[in-house]
Design a protein around this ligand. Sequence first.
Ligand code: B3K
Ligand code: ZN
Length: 855
Amino acid sequence: PPVIRREDYRKPDWLMPDVFLDFALDPARALVTGRLDVTRNGAHNRPLRLHGDGLVPLKVLIDGEAQADAWRMDGPDLVIDLPGDAHVVETQVAISPEANSQLMGLYASGGNLCSQCEPEGFRRMVFFLDRPDVLSRYRVRMDADKARFPVLLSNGDLTGSGDLEHGRHWAEWTDPFPKPSYLFALVAANLSANVDHFTTKSGREVKLAIWVVESDLPKTGHAMAALKASMAWDEKVYGLEYDLGEYNIVAVHDFNFGAMENKSLNIFNSRYILADPDTATDIDYDGVSGVVAHEYFHNWSGNRVTCRDWFQLSLKEGFTVFRDQCFTADQGSAAVKRIEDVRLLRAAQFQEDAGPLAHPIRPESYMEVSNFYTATVYNKGAEVVRMLHTMLGPQKFRAGSDLYFARHDGTAATCEDFVVAMEDASGVDLSQFRLWYSQAGTPRVRATLSHEPAGGRALLTLEQTVPPTPGQPEKKPMPLPLRIALFGERSQRKFEEERLVVLDGERCEILFEGIAERPVLSINRGFSAPVVIDSDRSAADLAFLSAHDDDPFARYEAMQQLMVDTLTGAVATGQADHGPVIDAVRNTLTDPKLDASFIGETMLLPSEAFIGDQMAVVDPVAIHKAREALRRDLGQALEGEWRDAYERTRANRFELSPQAKGARRLRSIALGFIMASGASDGPEIALRQFHDADNMTDRQGAFGALANSMAPERDAAIAAFYERFRDNGLVLDKWFSTQAFSIRPDTLDRVEELSQHPDFTLANPNRLRSLVGAMSGNQLIFHDASGRGYRFLADMLLKVDGLNPQTAAKLVPPLGRWRRFDEGRAGLMKAQLQRLLDTPGLSKDMFEQVSKSLG
Ligand code: B3K
Ligand code: ZN
């Protein structure tokens, strides 16, 4: 497949200020007509090239006339010679939504019809200028069978509707805001709405509607509350108001990712809308509010100002993730939110940055843009915006964002435009900062602190390196904003105020004066820069910080580092001293000043994958053993404390307050440690929690603990869970994934068996990920030395690629980590990648991921 390069960007040859679309809808065969007002953009004589993907023109009219010699197909595209500077081009095609298994373009889900266009799905519905820098005003008419599809929605405002013959009806929607095709949406459905209202700060009345199947209406309250809170937050924090009379959200069960921010008609994966205590965990509730907020915030960062081309994707995604992170932080515990975001960054993005698929947040090239909706573009992109916020401070940052929106409203912008706006509004020179957009790889900082007691001085030396990544062997030093403080070991007090040090060269030295006692270094507080810190802090220093740092993130971080050092030491030497971790965990667990959710986060052991990331050659079995040994020792040494925490966090009834959520979190973590201790009543306590729970968080917490256990209670829980929730797809996904995440030695047998289960299907992305994605994220099981895990994944990928290449390609990266493993495993992983690559007819999505992974 051809490689598309950022440097080859050219402005569009033709523009299309107004478009009219007509959809005569039927699940088997829909007729789609597009009438496009096209205008020549600049002086040139190039033809009009309309993108298509699998379309056959039934009709092509130029200014109302069929001119057969004026147009031709060129591959998937329709090329038309146009003599003048402005013409009306009308085309018609037939498509089959119910045969669309890719879930891109117009497709059927649960008997309803819906569209997904970003990035290039629009061209699967009608010939079009399907690129984000072509903005048009849309008028959309659709008709459909009224009994089957009583609800007809598109972007903007409803400008007409009525009944037709043969039981059909029609609706017309007009969107006054020019938009690129990727933000178009259409829904024809039999759904009911939870309707509410929001009044904007300037007094605009907005009707809010969340559309779901009628029986799911009681599960939409949390999403609606999140939507209203997001609207208010964006007014308060960014001064940004909603701009239309309606905001519709439609939930569907078959969706390739989380949700889509189509102008005034968001379409969501139902897992990010539906929540009630019986079926959703607290994590699911947070997922709903985070994604609802994210899509809402796109109305400005993405829709009002969109992207010039797909290389600029992080312009909207990085910024919008940063905005949703800050929203969530403001709604609850900012410290816990930061910890969760950093955990995700390290798990997904640091791994990506260290492997064959590493790319800058603004990539230079791609074969298939769908492969670039990555943790790097999203989550590292958000960290880059966060660093601007940290370096500029909140006022200048806000001035920068005001200027950005004012300058670029109604246009398609670039990452560079964003940086220039920040620069112009703040007066801060960001020339070196731009490296964050062009260089891939996670910088490493070596921090060395020396103390001279006689002079009362401490000297901190910082050195940075940026590792090579594919296509970028040499790197320049980046500006790294590091929040730093020193604490007195004896006095337990912080010396002076925290400093913000921007390390912008390869090395710098920072002098601290008035340091009379031995200092302990607290660095990258709040995770102010997305880097890895190498410091030689002792276990004692880390334990000290975990107990005394006044930055909660830094306390968490110190505990994590202590655990990681202990575990990597155990893997390397076969010897482990668990004492310091046990003492530090006891201190935190019994600290009455800390809230339960923070304690819970801090007690979580680093994942097996993260421990592996610290090692030159990953040994999954040794890592697993070391980690389980630490879990067991922590369980046994603190058994009384865990039981105490378990009892202390018992609730009489379900509440969704931050306190209650924290208590549930800690309770299931405590249960895990009680089970790990080997206490004979562990499985029984878990099964009791499983049955007595009045909410999914407690039930799932117990189910997860039991799924790892060899006790007979495990089979009882699996059967009971299935019986209770067999009709709820989203909960059934948990049933699959919990078993696929199990550390039991028979997990691969069970996964293979589950792939034959009548409720397993490759057609639903959530279900696919709940089994196949979960298994490949289970480090011990996936990396079984026999290679069975690799083979199972490849078998599944081959089946899914023919149906849904976009979702298949997203599951490739675990195989691409072969360089980090021993020769035996690496060989087996490569063999599966090669097997995929040798398969005739592989999609370009898969080809790109697999060929790059082989390297
Ligand atoms: N913008 C969409 C993502 C589209 C992904 C296409 N492969 C959702 C979001 O980021 O909000
Ligand atoms: Zn987004």
